[in-house]
Design a protein around this ligand. Structure first.
Ligand code: NDP
Ligand code: BG6
Length: 487
């Protein structure tokens, strides 16, 4: 299968924090792949900014090293590399000091003209305000410019609102691109295609037919070197407030009238505002990974011996509206778990009456599962007759649409989420980006929970497990169980 690409217009992209981890691991490779696939034009201009005293050639060498490490097979194309690196310039600048901004001005024409100009803030949030102010004061912005920001978008409602205020001072909402990289993942976009491009799901997509929804984002890795960022933040703020709630929104939202940014985001916002306050403390389970054979505990990883930060959280949420009344949404996410699995599973109610004798066995509930990673797939768990003689014996079977097999995509490289998102920034398409009011609504719901559970001691769990035992109880109490985390 050959992916079709629509080239974008020439653009300017200024990457603040160009020497950092995100820029080297994700942004540079993403841009390269877009040029390799014919989407990014050769007269695009990428300007890296950081304090490191490099010249353009020095930074290009750093970008090349990033391609070697993170660019995969496509990055070996010498001619393409040459063309790509030719689009890159670099400006050493400490954004906290006034002096360097004139160098950035020199590297860019003052007016954007017809070229979209994006400022990508791949830096710590304390620099967001000074950069928004700096590019504005340097006269580098106009109606065709946009600003891209990364999580963390605040750590609670008040800080998120303050951050929204900082950007609102210099940019209109349609110029602000808040990245949640989960929205750029292939299967996440597929959730919308599945729901709204197929007629037969919609009549079943409600509390009459759906028993519950499970959203899991399990990681095998621990916090690695990210302790200073992670400690005091934890899984609720790092993962649930953004990625898991965005997935929940896409499952629960009403069909937007068009696939258009505000139509989609209005519907997601309604879901966030319909989340029932979580009143029962037993509906939240917090865990922290303990040490295992050859593996340090979280408190060792984070070098925070008395930390009560959770590295795992499971909770039961409810969307209080007509469509979803009484349907629990079970969310769980954790680090150092048994396997790396991210999936959304929609579990349907059992058939209302069984016509088969007990000896036939029981029909399993139908489960529509969207696997985000690894091996992007959509599967539908069904019950069929076991093949062969021996009477009517019911057996589970799975309709499996693993993308690599079914779409002839086994040789196709799955684009990273950042490839789609960066090109959408250039196109000015905000559909897969969070609006300021969405971010605030998500924090409002999360704040009410963290206010009650922060500071409580999290339950320790074994590394390589499915999380703390209480997380299993969260579902067992309701007569349900989590889906297995495959190895
Ligand atoms: P790093 O610490 O690796 O990089 C920070 C960058 O900022 C460096 O290029 C640094 O270069 C530059 N910088 C620091 N101070 C200044 C300054 N005063 N003026 C100009 N540049 C400066 O961070 P990451 O790349 O990991 O993360 C960047 C942002 O993206 C953070 O907000 C992070 O939370 C977010 N993020 C990161 C993800 C990731 O995968 N890494 C994922 C999701 C979000 P120098 O020291 O040379 O100035
Ligand atoms: C980031 C979190 O947003 O998402 C990390 O800050 C987490 O803690 C990461 O590891 C997971 O992303 P992915 O794409 O690897 O599932």
């Amino acid at each position: 299968m050959v992916a079709r690409v629509v080239p974008v217009d020439p653009f300017d992209l200024v990457v603040f924090g160009a020497t950092g981890d995100l820029a080297r691991r994700k942004l540079i490779p993403a841009l390269y792949h877009r040029m390799h696939d014919g989407q990014m034009p050769e007269d695009a201009r990428i300007v890296g900014v950081a304090r490191a005293q490099l010249d353009a050639e020095g930074y290009r060498r750093m970008a090349e090293a990033a391609l070697d490490e993170f660019g995969g097979e496509d990055a070996r194309d010498a001619e393409m590399r040459r063309k790509f690196l030719a689009t890159i310039d670099y400006v050493p600048l400490d954004v906290m000091e006034e002096a360097g901004w004139s160098r950035l001005k020199d590297a860019l024409p003052t007016a954007c003209g017809d070229r979209p100009r994006a400022f990508y803030l791949s830096v710590a949030p304390r620099f967001f305000g000074p950069i928004a102010e700096g590019v504005h004061a340097a006269g580098l912005t106009d109606a065709n410019s946009r600003i891209v920001i990364e999580k963390p978008l605040g750590h609670d409602l008040a800080s998120a609102a303050a951050l929204n205020g900082v950007f609102a001072g210099h940019f209109s909402e349609h110029q602000i691109f808040r990245i949640d990289h989960y929205l750029g993942k292939e299967t996440v976009q597929n959730l919308m295609a599945l729901r709204f491009a197929n007629a037969f799901f919609e009549p079943l997509w409600n509390a009459r037919h759906i028993d519950h929804v499970q959203i899991t984002v399990a990681e095998k890795v621990g916090v690695e070197g990210r302790g200073p960022y992670y400690d005091g933040i934890g899984a609720m703020r790092d993962m649930v407030q953004n990625h898991l709630l965005q997935l929940l929104c896409l499952v629960a939202m009403e069909p937007p009238s068009q696939f258009e940014p505000d139509a989609v985001r209005d519907e997601k916002l309604k879901v966030l505002r319909a989340l029932a306050p979580l009143t029962r403390l037993e509906d939240v389970v917090r865990g922290q990974y303990a040490a295992g054979p050859g593996m340090p505990s979280y408190v060792e990883d984070a070098n925070a011996p008395t930390s009560r930060t959770e590295t795992f959280i499971a909770l039961k949420a409810e969307v209080a509206n007509w469509r979803w009344a009484g349907v629990p949404f079970y969310l769980r996410t954790g680090k150092r778990m048994k396997s790396r699995v991210s999936e959304v599973a929609v579990v349907f109610k059992s058939a209302p009456h069984s016509i088969f004798p007990a000896a036939s066995g029981r029909a399993a509930q139908n489960v529509l599962a969207l696997r985000l990673q690894p091996d992007e797939a959509i599967t539908l768990g069904m019950t069929i007759k076991e093949p062969g003689p021996g009477g009517m014996r019911l057996a589970p079977a799975v309709l499996d649409m693993t993308f690599a097999d079914t779409l002839g995509a086994s040789n196709m490289r799955m684009p990273d989420a950042y490839e789609r998102l960066v090109m959408d920034v250039i196109r000015g398409d905000q559909t897969l980006f969070m609006r300021g009011d969405e971010v605030e609504a998500a924090w409002a719901w999360v704040d009410a929970i963290t206010a009650r559970v922060d500071g409580e001691r999290p339950e320790l769990y074994e590394p390589g497990s499915a999380g703390p035992d209480d997380a299993l109880m969260l579902m067992h109490r309701d007569g349900r169980r989590w889906r297995e985390l495959a190895q």
